[in-house]
Ligand binder design. Structure first.
Ligand code: DX5
Ligand code: ZN
Length: 219
C-alpha cells in the first residue's frame, strides 16, 4: 500500500539566530509540517523555547506548526501554546497524571492532539485514548537532543501501532521522531509510518529540498 508520506523538519537543528528564515526555507523546500521541540530542562535534559517563540514564528510560514511538548507538567501550558498558534499539540503520557483529560483539553482548544511514546513506553499506553488522538508519535531516540542514533528496536512498535490505527478506521497520523534519515526512512515507511520528523537530516545538510525528497522517497 502506498501512503502519502509527510515530512516535518525539526527546527531544533536549524540556526537559532535565524528561526523565521529557517522556517520559510523548509516550506519552500517542500516540507509538510514544521516540527517544534519544546523542552524544559526537567522532563528532558535540555532547554529550548516556549510559546513566545511559537508565536513569533507563526507569521513566517503557512505550514502547520507541529508542537512537541517535552515539558512536565504539560497541562498548565496547553492553552498558551494553542494561543501562540500551534496547530498540533503532542504530549508524552509521562508528562501529566491524566492523559485522557489533557487530550480532551487540547481538542477543546481546537487543536489536533498527539501522544508521543518514548522508546520504553508501551503501545498500550495509547490504546485507550485512540478516540481522542489525531497523531501518534514514536520516539526512535530518547527525547532531548537532535542528532542521536536511530533506535531500531522501535520498528515492531511502529508496525503494532499501524495495525491498531487501521482497526479504528480513524484518520490518525503515525509519526516518527529521532534519527530519521534517507537511510532509516525506508524501514519506517515499510513498518507503517506516514509522517517523519527530521532535524539534522534536513537542517544539517546544504540542500533542504533534496534532503526532504530523499527522506520521503528513499532510494
Ligand atoms: C528530540 C526531538 C526531535 C529532534 C530530532 O528530542 O524530539 O524532534 O529534533 O532530531 P534528529 O532528526 O536530528 O534526530
Ligand atoms: Zn520532536
Amino acid at each position: 500500500m502506498t501512503r502519502n508520506i509527510l515530512i516535518a523538519p525539526s527546527l531544533l537543528a536549524a540556526d537559532f539566530a535565524r528561526l523565521g528564515e529557517e522556517a520559510r526555507a523548509v516550506e519552500n523546500a517542500g516540507a509538510d509540517w514544521l516540527h517544534l521541540d519544546v523542552m524544559d530542562g526537567h522532563f528532558v535534559p535540555n532547554i529550548t523555547f516556549g510559546p513566545l517563540v511559537v508565536k513569533a514564528l507563526r507569521p513566517h510560514t503557512r505550514l502547520p506548526l507541529d508542537v512537541h511538548l517535552m515539558i512536565g507538567p504539560c497541562d498548565p501550558y496547553l492553552e498558551a501554546f494553542a494561543e501562540a498558534g500551534a496547530d498540533h499539540i503532542a504530549i508524552h503520557p509521562e508528562s501529566g497524571p491524566h492523559l485522557h483529560r489533557s487530550l480532551q483539553k487540547i481538542r477543546s482548544l481546537g487543536k489536533k492532539a498527539g501522544v508521543v511514546l518514548n522508546p520504553a513506553t508501551p503501545v498500550e499506553s495509547v490504546l485507550w485514548v485512540l478516540d481522542l488522538v489525531d497523531i501518534i508519535m514514536v520516539m526512535t531516540v530518547n527525547p532531548g537532543f537532535g542528532g542521536q542514533a536511530f533506535i531500531a528496536s522501535q520498528l515492531p512498535k511502529v508496525a503494532q501501532l499501524r495495525q491498531a490505527i487501521d482497526a479504528t478506521g480513524r484518520d490518525i497520523r503515525l509519526q516518527i521522531d529521532g534519527g530519521v534519515t534517507p537511510k532509516t526512512s525506508r524501514a519506517l515507511i515499510e513498518a507503517g509510518a506516514d509522517t517523519l520528523v527530521a532535524g539534522s537530516a534536513v537542517y544539517g545538510t546544504p540542500d533542504y529540498a533534496a534532503s526532504i525528497a530523499a527522506i520521503r522517497s528513499p532510494a
